[in-house]
Design a protein. Structure first.
Length: 449
């Protein structure tokens, strides 16, 4: 067991430690806030206790997360919510326009939880977080499934990505209930590895109902690590492709010596693939970002390359979709390949998606919901946030694309998102709760709320 301020303590002792931890004071300067920050600060010990409970339950990406979702369900059942649970399989969405294969592979089923407010509202808002965490890699200096406090940081698997977001979301819902506010829809979903385990199934089903949702907060920090300084209001589309070309070599003039083949008689796959990439950049890819990350060709320097492959990443925004780009590129590549043969033989070309395949989405930075969110962050933290549009495969794309509503990603200062010693800043986690409360209260005052 790793030594630390929280290690080895009972639940009662941990709560006392959490309260003492809060009483020690922040390592940051006091910030302005108002009522929402006061309410969030009063829930500091309960926030830490809830995060401790969530971290202690393993729910790695690719696992069902049933036990962790039971904690979420019990918390929401203590509030005026009715619970909807589902067991979702990514394979049911393989033909969906927004589908990306889960990583790591697996078909679950995966448990997803929605808390629906018992009181009806003509329009309501929603917040969601993801319950699954990164894998438990080597190199931890603390015990991954045990919350440990060091200065203002809380260490543990999922603290930043994204069980801290789940805990903040639930505590914010409890504050809103106590204050008599119109409650948001609360969702605890599977989001890692492409979102096809949770975010896609849930938002797809919502899109075919009278959900009444007017905007969404994704309680997940920007991967910059700067916390509430950054708002994710847009995500880029990404498509990873493998382009493969098969050419040929001329007949060897010497027995057992491929290098004796005349180069001019060969079908140079390397030259062909370079020509194909340039052609695609001028046609199907003319208005998207293109990066040839890996180029591999041939097996010897004395002969023309009879095979070649390139792994290519596309970045795109606007109206493009990954399926549309793949279709256009396949057509253009095959047509161009026909012009590269020698009249007797033709190059064989294939193009297939690998890795990421996600579509873009963006919420208006200057819309009323965005202005309320930005004002709430500035009020609580003292600093105006910035837009962070450089992320890709972000789950805000699902409510934006499938529900047609604005969605924004916000979260706390944290670090080591995809490796050992993951941590979240407890002071910023409290501020996140305050921002959620203040933002959702402000959204409730929008017309139709």
């Amino acid at each position: 067991m790793a030594a630390g301020k929280c290690a080895g303590l009972s639940r009662r002792a941990f709560l006392g430690g959490a309260a003492s931890f809060a009483a020690l004071g922040s390592t940051r300067a006091a910030l302005p806030g108002g009522r929402a920050l006061e309410l969030a600060s009063a829930e500091r010990a309960e926030l830490v206790e809830l995060l401790d409970e969530l971290v202690s339950i393993q729910s790695l990406s690719g696992e069902t997360a049933r036990d962790a979702q039971a904690v979420v369900t019990a918390f929401l059942e203590s509030l005026p919510y009715r619970i909807e649970k589902s067991a979702d399989r990514p394979s049911a969405f393989e033909t969906h326009a927004e589908y990306m294969p889960p990583s790591p592979p697996g078909d679950g089923p995966f448990v997803n939880v929605i808390g629906w407010p018992e009181e009806h509202a003509a329009r309501r808002y929603a917040m969601f977080s993801h319950i699954d965490s990164h894998s438990m890699d080597d190199g931890w200096n603390t015990e991954p499934l045990r919350l440990e406090a060091r200065d203002s940081r809380l260490y543990g698997l999922g603290t930043a990505d994204d069980k801290g977001g789940v805990a903040a979301m639930l505590i914010a819902a409890r504050i809103l209930a106590a204050e008599g506010e119109t409650l948001p829809v609360v969702m605890s979903l599977h989001g890692k590895g492409g979102g096809s385990r949770g975010s896609l199934p849930i938002f797809d089903r919502l899109s075919r109902t009278e959900h009444g949702i007017g905007g969404v907060l994704y309680v997940h920090p920007a991967e910059t690590g700067r916390g509430l300084e950054d708002i994710k209001n847009a995500v880029q589309g990404i498509l990873d492709l493998e382009l493969t070309v098969r050419g040929w070599r001329g007949a060897p003039m010497e027995i057992g010596s491929p290098d004796s083949s005349a180069w001019a008689e060969g079908g140079d796959a390397l030259g062909a693939i370079v020509s194909l990439i340039r052609h695609l950049e001028e046609t199907a890819f003319r208005d998207v970002g293109v990066n040839v990350g890996i180029l591999d060709a041939g097996d010897r320097i004395g002969s023309v390359a009879d095979t070649a492959s390139a792994k290519i990443r596309l970045k795109f925004t606007g109206e493009h979709t990954w399926r549309g780009l793949l279709g256009a590129a396949s057509t253009a590549a095959k047509a161009h390949a026909e012009t590269l043969g020698d009249g007797r033989r033709a190059f064989e070309v294939s193009l297939r998606p690998i890795g990421y395949r996600t579509n873009p989405g963006a919420a208006d930075w200057d819309s009323p919901p965005s202005r309320i969110l930005r004002a709430s962050i500035e009020d609580v933290t003292g600093n105006a946030p910035k837009a962070y549009p450089n992320h890709y495969a972000g789950d805000i794309r699902y409510p934006i694309r499938l529900l047609g509503v604005p969605a924004y990603g916000i979260g706390s200062v944290g670090g080591n998102f995809y490796g050992p010693n993951e941590w979240v800043d407890i002071d910023d986690l409290v501020r996140l709760v305050a921002v959620l409360v203040q933002t959702l209260s402000g959204w409730n005052d929008l017309p139709g709320g």
